[in-house]
Design a protein around this ligand. Structure first.
Ligand SMILES: NC(=O)c1ccc[n+]([C@@H]2O[C@H](COP(=O)([O-])OP(=O)(O)OC[C@H]3O[C@@H](n4cnc5c(N)ncnc54)[C@H](O)[C@@H]3O)[C@@H](O)[C@H]2O)c1
Length: 419
């Protein structure tokens, strides 16, 4: 097979392979899926393009799909999360790759086009860039693409908009909306990895400080919970009154950003929305305040406005930009406002991505086996797949759970008061 690649440096492969080797024994659900894929060869003769954050766990997912018979090509879903050594290891293992760390917008888009030149049958997307690129710039590929799976909340929202407007041309599975995804990846994965990214980048203490978390969705809950565990005082900013009440009952302060801006030492946006922290908030912040984003796109902290009002800007440390305001205050932005856990860290822990990527692999296999019965819509992950992933995870941890007795099953299924 002719492997095509556009990467930084193939000689980094050995280090990348070490990173992949570290995660494999920690991804037991995916190991089980790999064994099945090797036997079943459901992707034989098919081409798959995977657009995800290119680090070790993703690399293993790509290798598992290849083990199922596919010709796999990977491309980045974010220019700052690509690990050049991991990408090199993928190429060495027979997987096409078009990505490098810190690609410019032009390079990033060129890489997407190169990956699409393989004319994929199936795709895995993260945030919707691949799907929108196919629909807007490569419509000739629509006859090839039979379907795919989407990783994150923001991508699923975009897919729903496309389906609503009647422009989505192939079926996509909303992996993000599976219980084994958002309950663990969005909540515990983001919760842990965001603080890992902030702490390794800043090397500052969290205890006793005030953390402002914008967005109390699945990710925000995790980020707030771990902030509390690290000893921070936590303030939640929300636009949804129900989520705001939930945050309050979970023990957090709730207030609008215009008020929270005065108190925060750390600001973490994780809303999936745009312009959550703006000029009016920067002016209110304490000197030394640190801002970062964990939402999919780098549009939550309005860095463009910060640049406009700043009198100077400098790199304070790797992945930290310092902005001096006219009032003398110094404000800091981590990883240019891109996903802090991936652009300034290694992303979610392997054990969490194990479940997410098992869902991805099994959902893509479901599409590969059933695409002729699916229409161009957004589908939920099959409940059997979701429950199976949860059960294999428990088994891999050596745990078992209770089973319904016949009597309990009848009781739960009955409507009469006498049952
Ligand atoms: N960093 C990661 O590794 C990672 C992992 C999973 C998801 N994500 C991304 O994180 C984002 C959030 O995902 P989620 O699953 O938590 O979504 P979610 O829909 O569960 O939560 C988003 C929350 O933000 C709130 N919100 C929207 N606009 C707001 C605003 N202007 N101010 C305050 N709150 C606002 C919403 O009411 C909602 O409660 C998405 O972009 C998603 O793609 C990132």
């Amino acid at each position: 097979m002719d492997i095509k690649f556009t990467i930084r440096d193939l000689s980094l492969a050995a280090e990348g392979q070490r990173k992949i080797d570290w995660v494999i024994p920690r991804m037991q659900v995916l190991n089980k899926v790999r064994e099945e894929f090797e036997k079943e060869q459901s992707f034989a003769g098919k081409k798959v393009v995977i657009c995800l954050h290119l680090e070790a766990k993703t690399a293993y997912l790509a290798q598992v799909i290849k083990a199922g018979g596919a010709e796999v090509t990977v491309v980045a879903s974010n220019p700052l999360s690509t690990q050049d050594d991991v990408v090199a290891a993928l190429v060495e293992s027979g997987i096409g790759a078009h990505a490098w760390y810190n690609a410019s917008d032009e390079e990033y888009n060129a890489h997407l086009q190169l990956a699409l030149d393989t004319e994929p049958d199936f795709i895995i997307d993260d945030g919707g860039d691949l799907v929108s690129t196919i629909h807007t710039t490569r419509p000739e590929l629509l006859k090839n693409v039979k379907g795919g799976a989407e990783e994150t909340t923001t991508g699923v929202l975009r897919l729903h908009s496309m389906a609503r407007d009647g422009v989505l041309k192939f079926p996509m599975i909303a992996v993000n909306d599976a219980q084994c995804k958002f309950l663990f990846d969005n909540r515990y994965g983001t919760g842990q990895s965001v603080w890992d990214g902030i702490m390794r980048t800043t090397n500052l203490v969290v205890a006793g400080k005030t953390a402002v978390v914008a967005g109390y969705g699945w990710c925000g809950k995790g980020v707030a919970l771990r902030a509390k565990g690290l000893g921070a005082k936590v303030i939640i900013c929300e636009i949804n009154p129900i989520k705001a009440n939930e945050a309050l009952m979970d023990g957090f302060d709730v207030m609008p950003m215009a008020e929270a801006a005065k108190y925060g030492d750390f600001f973490i946006t994780v809303t999936g929305n745009m312009n959550v922290i703006n000029k009016e908030h920067f002016h209110l912040m304490k000197s030394g305040a640190i801002m970062c984003n964990a939402g999919h796109f780098d549009v939550e902290v309005n860095v463009a406005q910060l640049k406009e009002i700043a009198v100077s800007e400098r790199a304070a440390r790797t992945n930290i930009t310092e902005y001096a305001l006219p009032n003398g205050h110094l404000l800091y932005v981590l990883a240019e406002g891109r996903l802090v856990n991936l652009a300034a860290g290694d992303g979610h822990p392997a054990e969490v991505m194990d479940m997410t990527f098992a869902l991805q692999a099994l959902s893509l296999e479901y599409v590969a086996l059933n695409y002729d019965k699916l229409s161009p819509q957004v589908y939920q992950v099959n409940t059997e797949i979701d429950e199976r992933v949860a059960m294999i995870k428990l088994q891999s941890l050596g745990l078992s759970i209770d089973k319904l007795t016949k009597e309990q099953e009848a009781y739960l299924g009955s409507w009469s008061a006498e049952a």
